[in-house]
Design a binder for this molecule. Sequence first.
Ligand code: GUN
Ligand code: FE
Length: 425
Amino acid sequence: MSNYVLKGHICHTPDLNGPEIRENAYVVCENGICRGVFDEIPERFRGIEVTDCTNQLIIPGMMDLHTHASQFAFRGTGMDCELLDWLNRYAFPEESRFSDPAYAEKAYGLFAQTMRQGATTRVVLFGTVHTDASLLLMDCMEKSGLVSYVGKVNMDRNAPPELQEESAFRSAEETRRFIRESAARGYRKTKPIITPRFVISCTDELLKELGKIRKEHGLPVQSHLSENQEEIKTTAALTPEADFYGDAYDRAGLFGRDGKTVMAHCVYSGAEETERIRENGVWIAHCPASNMNIASGIAPIRRYLEQGLRVGLGTDMAGGNSESMFQAVVDAIQVSKMYWRYIDRDAAPLKFHEAFYMATKGGGAFFGKTGSFEEGYAFDALVLDDTCLPCAREMPVAERLEKAFYTRMDQQGIRMKFVDGERIL
Ligand code: GUN
Ligand code: FE
C-alpha cells in the first residue's frame, strides 16, 4: 500500500468539544494508517509524495451505522404511514423480491455503486432473510471498496409467509451458513453481522440461538430498538418477562457487553434502557430522516450525549430517503432544534461539530479506530471541493465546512475518497 501526504484544509473532530481545523496543513497516511496532521511535513516523512489539495477541505469519511441495502429501490416513496403498516405495505413486499438472485444482483449492484460514489466510507447494512442474496450483497460491497458489515436478516414470526423463516432452528442454520460461506469468500473489507430484524419478528428461541452464534463466532450484532410507540407496545406484549424492550435482546446475549452491538433509533428509550445501553456499551444509530418520514418521533440525542452514550448516525433507507450522511448530519441538527423547541427546553440543540463528530469518529468507533485524523487511526478521507458554490466573498474554513454539509457538497464536490488508505475515487 502506498504512502502519501495530502495538503489542504484539514477538518476533523478528535472530541465533542469542537472541530479541529488546520488550514494549509498536511495529513500523512502510511500503510493505510493516519500518522497525524502537521503544519510542516516532519523530517521522517520527507520524500513521501505530496498530493496538493490546496484550498480544498479534507475531512474523515462518513460512517453510516444503519441502513437497509434491500430497501434502496423504494427510497423517497411510501411515507404515508407509521412503522408497522409501512413494513407491511412497502418494506416486506420489496424484500420479498430478493428471493430472485437476478433481482438481488441488480438491486445490490446499484446500491453498492451509489455508496461508492458518495461520502460514506464504512457502513452497517441489513440485507434480507435470503442467505444467497445477502452473500451477493457482500460480493457487491467488497467490490465497492467500502468497509462494511452485512447482515442476513432473521425473522421467524409476524412476517408475511414468503419472508418468514420456517422455524427458529432453520433461521439460525441459515445464519450459520451465511457466516461459513462469507468466510470462505475471503473478503478483505466485508464482514458478517448478526441481524435479528427486531423483537416483533423473532421468537425468544431464535434470539437465544442467535446469541449463541454471536458468542461462538465473536460477531457484532445489529437490530432496531424503541423506534415507534405501537412497536414498543407490541414488543412488550410479546415479551412479558423482559423488563424493557432492550432487555429482551440482553437476555439473549444480543446487547453489547462482551461484543459490539448497534441499535437503530432509540427514540423512546427510558431511563432503565439507556442505563443498560451505557453499561453494556451499546452504540445508538440515530436515524433522523427515517424518524421524520415514518413519523416515529425525535430521539433525545442531547440527553444521550450528556449520559456519555455512544452515538453515531444512520441513513436507514428506506425509512430514510437518502444515502447521504451529509443529509443525516443536517437532519440530526434540525430535529434536535424541534426537540428543544417543542419537547425539552433543557436539551440544547446539537451544534454542527457535534453532528459531524457523530458521523465520523462517534460512529467510526463501531469499526475500530477510524473517523479522525489522529495518529494511529485507519485512514478514511474525503477531499471536497466547495469552490463551485457561488459566493460573493471568501469565508472562513469552519463556515465552508458547515456550508458544505448544508448544501450537500457530497453530490458534486467529492474529488477524492480514501478507505483504509486506499484511494477509491
Ligand atoms: N424495524 C424493523 N424493521 C425495520 C425496517 O426495515 N425499517 C425501520 N425503520 N424500522 C424497522
Ligand atoms: Fe432500519
